[in-house]
Design a protein around this ligand. Sequence first.
Ligand code: FAD
Length: 568
Amino acid sequence: MPERVAAETMVVVLGAGINGAALARELLLSGVRVIVVEADDVACGATAWSTRLVHGGLRYLEYGETDLVRESLAERDRLVRLAPHLVRRLGFLLPVRGRWGGLVAASARLLGFESAARAFRGRGRGGIAVGIGLSLYDALAAGSGWPRHRSVVTGSPGLPAVDARAFPRAAVYADAQMLFPERFTVELLVDAGRIALEQGAAFSLFTHACAAPTAGGGLRVSTAAGDVVDLQPAAIVNATGAWVDRTRAEILPESAGRLIGGTQGSHLILAAPTLREALGDHGVYAEADDGRPVFVLPFGPRLVLVGTTDIPFAGDPADAKADESEIAYLLAAVGRLFPRVAPARASVLQHYCGVRPLPAADGATPASVTRRHMLVRQKDAALPAWSVVGGKLTTCRSLAEQAAAEVLGTLGLPVRATSRERPLPGSLADEVRAACVAEAQRLLAAAGAPADRVAAAAECTVALFGSRGIEVCRRALRLPPTAPRLIAGTDLPTAAVGFAIDEEWVGSLADLVERRLMLSFAETLSRTTLRALADEMIRLGRLPAQTADEEVQREVERLRDRHGKQVV
Ligand SMILES: Cc1cc2nc3c(=O)[nH]c(=O)nc-3n(C[C@H](O)[C@H](O)[C@H](O)COP(=O)(O)OP(=O)(O)OC[C@H]3O[C@@H](n4cnc5c(N)ncnc54)[C@H](O)[C@@H]3O)c2cc1C
């Protein structure tokens, strides 16, 4: 009976980035038992250090990747529908200099002559090349109901105020933004847990854990709690992103060759109020001087996100860090677009850098390497094993669907269901959002939160947890009377700490700050806030009191040394 076999068949997924999480969820939908082993924390790799866009990839059209763009556009539409609390439409302004620029370069690229394309790069893409590209983009998204692009005169009201002399015209089009892919990934895993309950299949996630091969062809997992678990999986999927080759060497030693040729991409988060105002509610997609794409994006109501660079990277992706030349390059690109509100170095609140898990392609320029994903079967492995190569946030779900079909097919199991129409757990449609915020307010008020802070706290909780924010606020009713109702220095309820710990696999203070409560992106983060979080972890028995100071200090130093962020 396939059902029984499926229930007993175990697949181990290595890596809990967006791809590993989406795959775990997809396999569970077919009743397979899934164990995810993550060396560090959920979404602590490229998933967190991306440009945070859910997009078709307009640029890929120049490389003839029409199928990838079509797939990405379909997923863009789906993610906005299935996770509206985390993925939101964003209008873009694409400024152009003249009419004809970029046509020769784009044609050369399409024909595969990348070096000729670079020689003809000139002063950027002109209106005609952009218009052709966006018309194709619209055609590939036909039927989705997304607005078609339009051509505008720079300086039109309601659009980003880029330099009208340098860019007299522009195109306006729509894509989407996933402000916090970290939270999206956590929700994929929360949903995996829910599906396991629905299906009667088992699901476990070990974070801060280490997997090693055993002599019998299985895996030995050493957990954060110091336990050792021996697994005899039916299949292994290596979804460790830019670490794929290192994982293959450690866990699938019979594998040869290099699959990944990573490039690093750096980003800036700017506290630059006049620039933020000039952006309004649109992003800007432009080119830096060397023809690389640059995005200038609203990052919440007050900050600006700028990215990115594309530089070949060798080494441990965990060490990737934006350097001063990249920071200067990105600031200069913004300055050319917005000379009157050009940001200074001092407005860089923090920076981050990720390594793209791109397929190894010797000799290709970083920009020309395909952004397509691949599932590479491991030849000669003792048991069926695959590595995930490439991929985007945008296509995490379709990648998972394709990968699950291949894994299940190899194991002789049917695909019983897919995630195509399955909302994420916190999914909250715009029409009911106001009612959800009102209920959160009512609960927080009943829990004794200060009256003048209740509205902001409810908004903040729903923004982060979507409809699950109600569960957070209900939890606030059960806090002991002595516990502060809100986390010091923030608008978040203290109950969010316990909720994240119990429901979202928090292993350390850093997990809580950087990938659950997203406080590492707060405009101002104070030691007082970190200490308040640590105190709540102590109260909940998740942090020994004697190590709290050390843990707070470690986080202060990590944010400063890796991301240039000052904790005040
Ligand atoms: C600079 C940059 C900008 C990008 N911008 C966008 C964008 O705007 N839109 C978009 O759609 N995509 C974008 N991407 C692409 C996207 O972010 C990545 O392709 C995607 O996040 C990859 O996810 P992943 O799960 O495969 O890898 P990761 O997120 O890197 O996850 C891999 C996980 O494996 C873990 N791990 C490592 N070794 C082991 C081991 N031995 N055992 C267990 N676990 C292990 C790591 O700790 C990590 O958590 C961008 C990427 C970068 C780097």
